[in-house]
Design a binder for this molecule. Structure first.
Ligand SMILES: [Mg+2]
Length: 124
């Protein structure tokens, strides 16, 4: 597995600077950041709720929703990156480790084309 699947270091640095310039570190407790992250996930969810499956697949290109989808996905990413930074979690390493763990839990032969949870998959 690649060591750095997503490059978050630049974003983490920019967010640190953004908070420092505004003296907002005092508000950026893990608790507050998790709550803000959930709020942004809620805003993203709101765009998709009541959509048909087909509409949801074109939400990022449909003129009516494209901008909002992009903005809310960015908000989610920014709070997630900030949260990991404040907690001093190496997000690149955490993502790589979790993806490797998921690959072990869901071997291609057992899980291809099925949505069965890992503990229900046939043992190889
Ligand atoms: Mg938002």
């Amino acid at each position: 597995v690649e060591k750095s699947l997503i490059n978050v270091d630049g974003a983490a640095r920019a967010l640190r600077k953004f908070a420092e310039e505004r003296d907002w570190e005092q508000f950026h407790s893990p608790k507050n950041l998790v709550m803000a992250l959930c709020g942004e996930v809620g805003e993203l969810t709101e765009i998709f709720q009541w959509m048909t499956e087909a509409d949801s697949r074109s939400a990022a290109s449909a003129p009516k929703t494209a901008g909002a989808v992009r903005d809310e996905i960015a908000d989610v990413a920014l709070y997630l990156i900030r949260l990991a930074d404040v907690l001093e979690i190496d997000l690149n390493a955490a993502v790589a480790a979790k993806l490797a763990a998921n690959a072990a839990k869901y071997p291609v032969e057992a899980s291809r084309g099925v949505s069965t949870k890992y503990d229900q998959l046939p043992k190889s």
